[in-house]
Design a protein around this ligand. Structure first.
Ligand SMILES: Cc1cc2nc3c(=O)[nH]c(=O)nc-3n(C[C@H](O)[C@H](O)[C@H](O)COP(=O)(O)OP(=O)(O)OC[C@H]3O[C@@H](n4cnc5c(N)ncnc54)[C@H](O)[C@@H]3O)c2cc1C
Length: 434
């Protein structure tokens, strides 16, 4: 790039995993200037524990080995470095109680990380002056010069384009789709309530099988599935019961978690439910997005949960956010003129929308399978195993370098041939054996 050439100025709204991972890649590009605007004054640990699957690690590596390293530095080893471990999905109720039906994210040196720890690590890669906290995006306006964004505190900023990484309740999404579009607001079609507690690992070991404080189990049954995730280098445990079809009061309040409803679950599962029921203060109501018809409009695009929030059951939301960041980071390495921004966003949309929306669908299906609500699949553990194996192959085995290259191919042909040269491809069919 010529020394005096004008850099492309990108505003990123939202400094979560998506926004910061993208920023960590963009800071290495001479043709790009960027700024991250994050709404909260500081990060708080909201209790989300992440077990990043293979595609997340691959995406981080594409952005840069240092991004991947942050994850390895901040994460907790679940076992010995060489030990092969996984999220064990086990039937906890019914005639096949105790049967292991899936080993998700099976890998050597399996890890989990708290969202707050991962964000701290990513922040170390982004120059401090490039991130402003306490800036809540309120409205967006496009004009010939680019994008003007206004914040809740009355201030504003200008940029050549905006990438909204502002999470499930995204203002950017509302701008792109329109506030009244049926896919704008998150939905909870299956009535999921996640009862969750955060305890010290020491406390947990006194109340539940200590085995479940060191690994990531998902114990299945028709009145809810139970899940534990060790956090903060093994000093804390996030434990939860996810209930489908919860009978919410008209005020929106979920009913109390009643351990008596789980008396036909395995003993291990019952002990975890009892521990969670003692303190459900970390509970939340899950939601996801119906499919957006586009991930961009003009010079405004959305990524991560803003574009495709999914139920947490397939454990791939952050991974999809990182795949978005990898593709956008790669595309913007070649954007040298503001006139090329829309072609980059279009290539990103075409490449990432089908796959990320398949994951939203897949996560919903995981929820139904976990709740024994998918065509009697729980009566046939072999079928369940096939389903999980097919899903894992779809998320983990994807060739992400090819995904980046496909996006770049679309961008380059659009830039060479004009926007009409962009070929819009349909999603490759997902192969989930059910
Ligand atoms: C309990 C739980 C477990 C999960 N487990 C896994 C897992 O094991 N593996 C996995 O891959 N995924 C998992 N996920 C999903 C994963 O956490 C999300 O998909 C991921 O965090 C999305 O990142 P994001 O940056 O797009 O959004 P967010 O993490 O929501 O970040 C959005 C950021 O934008 C900020 N923001 C919001 N509004 C504005 C605004 N108006 N202006 C400026 N900033 C704004 C927010 O403060 C936030 O910092 C899990 C989710 C949950 C809830």
């Amino acid at each position: 790039m010529a020394e005096n050439a004008k850099k492309i100025n990108i505003a990123i709204c939202g400094g979560g995993i998506a926004g910061l991972a993208l920023a960590a890649g963009l800071k290495k590009k001479d043709n790009i200037d960027f700024h991250v605007y994050e709404s909260v004054p500081e990060y708080k640990d909201v209790g989300a524990g992440l077990a990043l699957h293979m595609n997340a690690i691959k995406a981080m590596t594409l952005i840069g080995p240092e991004v991947r390293q942050v994850y390895f530095d901040k994460a907790l080893d679940l076992g010995e470095e060489d030990q092969v471990m996984s999220t064990e999905v086990i039937l906890a109720q019914g005639p096949n109680q105790g049967e292991l039906v899936a080993e998700l994210g099976k890998a050597k040196g399996r890890k989990t990380v708290s969202r707050a720890d991962l964000l701290d690590g990513l922040m170390e890669l982004v120059p401090k002056e490039k991130v402003t906290f306490g800036k809540r995006l309120d409205s967006i306006e496009e004009n010939d010069e680019g994008v003007r964004i206004r914040f809740k505190d009355g201030s504003d900023a200008r940029a050549d384009c905006l990438i909204g990484a502002d999470g499930i309740h995204s203002v950017t999404r509302s701008y792109i789709l329109g506030p009244d579009h049926p896919a704008t607001e998150p939905k909870n079609h299956d009535g999921w309530q996640i009862y969750r507690t955060m305890v010290s690992s020491e406390y947990a070991r006194q109340h539940i099988n200590p085995k479940w404080t060191q690994t990531v189990p998902i114990l299945l049954g028709p009145r809810g599935h139970i899940n534990c995730i060790p956090l903060n280098k093994g000093t804390r445990l996030s434990a939860g019961v996810a209930v489908r079809g919860a009978k919410f009061e008209t005020s929106g309040k979920a009913p109390d978690l009643d351990p008596a409803l789980y008396s036909d679950y395995s003993d291990d599962a019952q002990r975890i439910v009892k521990m969670v029921a003692r303190d459900t203060s970390a509970s939340w109501t899950a939601a996801d997005h119906d499919h957006a018809p586009t991930y961009f409009k003009g010079k405004v695009a959305m990524m991560g949960d803003a574009a495709h929030a999914s139920m947490p059951f397939a454990g791939n939301g952050a991974a999809q956010a990182l795949e978005d960041a990898a593709v956008l980071d790669y595309l913007f390495s070649k954007v040298t003129d503001t006139a090329q921004i829309e072609a980059a966003f279009s290539a990103y949309d075409t490449t990432r929308r089908p796959r990320s929306q398949e994951v939203v669908d897949l996560a919903r299906k995981f929820g139904r399978v976990y709740a024994y609500a998918e065509d009697g699949m729980h009566n046939d553990p072999t079928k369940m195993k096939q389903f999980f194996a097919g899903a894992a192959a779809f998320t983990n085995n994807a060739d992400l370098q090819k995904q980046n290259d496909d996006a770049m191919g679309l961008f380059e042909s659009a830039v060479k041939g004009g926007a009409d040269g962009v070929e819009v491809k349909e999603a490759d069919p997902i192969e989930v054996v059910a």
